[in-house]
Write a protein that binds this ligand. Structure first.
Ligand SMILES: Cc1cc2nc3c(=O)[nH]c(=O)nc-3n(C[C@H](O)[C@H](O)[C@H](O)COP(=O)(O)OP(=O)(O)OC[C@H]3O[C@@H](n4cnc5c(N)ncnc54)[C@H](O)[C@@H]3O)c2cc1C
Length: 337
C-alpha cells in the first residue's frame, strides 16, 4: 500500500482538554499518537473563557481558563505526540489491512490503526445576530466571545443572553464596566444559582423578558441598542459602547456525521469502555453520550484514559488493561531526572 503519511497507533481528533489528556495517556500506554486539531491552537472550548476561573478541576483549587490551557497543553505534549493544527478531518475509509485513512479538508490524508474522537461539539461557531449589516461592528464593539476583558473597563456594556456564559461574563464585567445591562428573552437564567444571585444582586441592570432587537451606530462605532419586551413589544433604547452576544454556540460535525457512527441527540453513543459502534473508533469528552455522562472536564478526564485503554486492548489484546501510576512510569521518572 502506498501511504504518503506514517501509520499511527492512535489518532486523536480534537485538541481540546480531553483530546490533550488522552494524548498524555496514550504516552503512558506507549502508543504512537497523533493529535489533529482544526483550530490554530490547542485548548478547545476553554478558549471561550480564558479569564473565567475554574474551581472544579480535580486537585486544582482555582485556575483561569488561560492557565488551564497552558497546563493541559503542556501535559498533552509530555510524550511528544505528533500535533497537526489547522486541519479539519471529515473523511474516513477503512483500508484492506484494517487501518483507517482519514481525509482532511485540506486534502491531506492521515493513517491510523485506531481513532479517538474528542471533537466536542464539532467545529463550534457562536450563534450570531441575524440583523443585516451588523457584522461591520464585529471584532470592534460587537463580540461573540471575550478575548480581553479589559476592553470593557469604563464602558457602557450590554450583554444579551441567559446561559452560563452570559451570567459568568456579567459577573466578571460588572465590576469594571461603568454600566452593565443584561438582556434576556426569558425571566429565568441558566447559570449556576449562586452566579445568577450574584448577578441579580450586583449593580447590573437586568432586563427580562427582553430581546435584543437592533444594534445601531454610525458605521464605525456602536451607539445604542434597542431591546423589545417579549410580551408587550414595548421597546427601550440603551446607550452602549460594547455589546456582548452570548446566544449559544452551534456545533458542526461536518463529514464525521456520515461515518456510520451511532448518534443520539447530537452526541456519539459509547459504552462504558468508550467504544463506539465501529470497532477501532472510540470517543470521549463533550461529544459522547452514555448513561453516566458528566458533561464537565472532570468527566472527560475519566473517559479519555478509558478510550485509550480500549484502543490499546484493540491493538494488543494480550496486554493487560490496568491502571498505571504515573509516578512509576519509566519515561516520566527519566524526565524528572
Ligand atoms: C462558557 C463555558 C464555561 C465552562 N465552564 C466550565 C467549568 O467551569 N468547568 C468544567 O468542567 N467545564 C466547563 N465548561 C465545559 C468544558 O469547556 C468542556 O466540557 C470541555 O471543553 C470539553 O472538552 P473536549 O475536549 O471534550 O471538547 P472541546 O473543548 O469542545 O474540544 C474539541 C476540539 O475538537 C476540535 N474539532 C472539532 N471537530 C474537529 C474536526 N473535524 N477535526 C479536527 N478538530 C476538530 C475543536 O476545534 C475543539 O478544539 C464550560 C464551557 C463553556 C462554553
Amino acid at each position: 500500500m502506498n501511504r504518503e503519511e506514517e501509520l499511527f497507533d492512535v489518532t486523536i481528533i480534537g485538541g481540546g482538554p480531553v483530546g490533550l489528556f488522552s494524548a498524555f495517556y496514550c504516552g503512558m500506554r506507549e502508543l504512537k499518537t497523533k493529535v489533529i486539531e482544526c483550530a490554530a491552537e490547542l485548548g478547545g472550548k476553554v478558549h471561550f473563557y480564558p479569564d473565567k476561573v475554574l474551581h472544579d478541576i480535580g486537585g486544582i483549587a482555582a485556575i483561569t481558563g488561560a492557565e488551564f490551557i497552558e497546563q493541559v497543553v503542556k501535559q498533552g505534549k509530555t510524550f511528544s505526540p505528533e500535533i497537526v493544527l489547522n486541519e479539519r478531518i471529515h473523511g474516513l475509509q477503512r483500508l484492506d489491512d484494517g487501518a483507517f485513512e482519514l481525509t482532511a479538508e485540506s486534502g491531506r490524508r492521515h493513517y491510523t490503526r485506531t481513532i479517538i474522537l474528542t471533537i466536542g461539539h464539532g467545529v463550534f461557531v457562536p450563534i450570531k445576530l441575524e440583523q443585516a449589516g451588523v457584522e461591520i461592528y464585529e471584532g470592534r464593539q460587537l463580540h461573540y466571545a471575550v478575548d480581553d476583558i479589559e476592553r470593557f473597563r469604563g464602558k457602557r456594556v450590554v450583554i444579551s443572553g441567559g446561559g452560563d456564559s452570559a451570567v459568568d461574563w456579567a459577573n466578571a464585567i460588572e465590576p469594571i464596566a461603568v454600566k452593565l445591562t443584561v438582556v434576556h428573552r426569558r425571566d429565568e437564567f441558566w447559570g449556576h444559582e449562586s452566579s445568577v444571585t450574584r448577578m441579580r444582586n450586583s449593580s447590573a441592570e437586568v432586563l427580562t423578558p427582553y430581546q435584543l432587537d437592533l444594534v445601531a451606530g454610525d458605521g464605525d462605532r456602536i451607539e445604542h441598542v434597542t431591546v423589545r419586551h417579549a410580551e408587550t413589544n414595548e421597546t427601550l433604547v440603551i446607550e452602549a459602547d460594547e455589546v456582548l452576544v452570548n446566544h449559544g454556540i452551534r456545533g458542526d460535525f461536518g463529514g464525521i456525521r456520515g461515518w456510520g457512527l451511532a448518534f443520539d441527540d447530537e452526541r456519539i453513543v459509547v459504552n462504558a469502555k468508550m467504544e463506539t459502534n465501529i470497532p477501532g473508533i472510540y470517543a470521549a469528552g463533550d461529544v459522547v453520550t452514555h448513561p453516566g455522562k458528566l458533561k464537565l472536564i472532570a468527566g472527560g478526564f475519566m473517559e479519555g484514559p478509558m478510550a485509550v485503554n480500549s484502543a490499546k486492548a484493540y491493538l494488543a489484546p494480550q496486554e493487560e488493561v490496568a491502571p498505571l501510576y504515573s509516578t512509576h512510569h519509566d519515561k516520566l521518572i527519566a524526565m524528572r531526572g
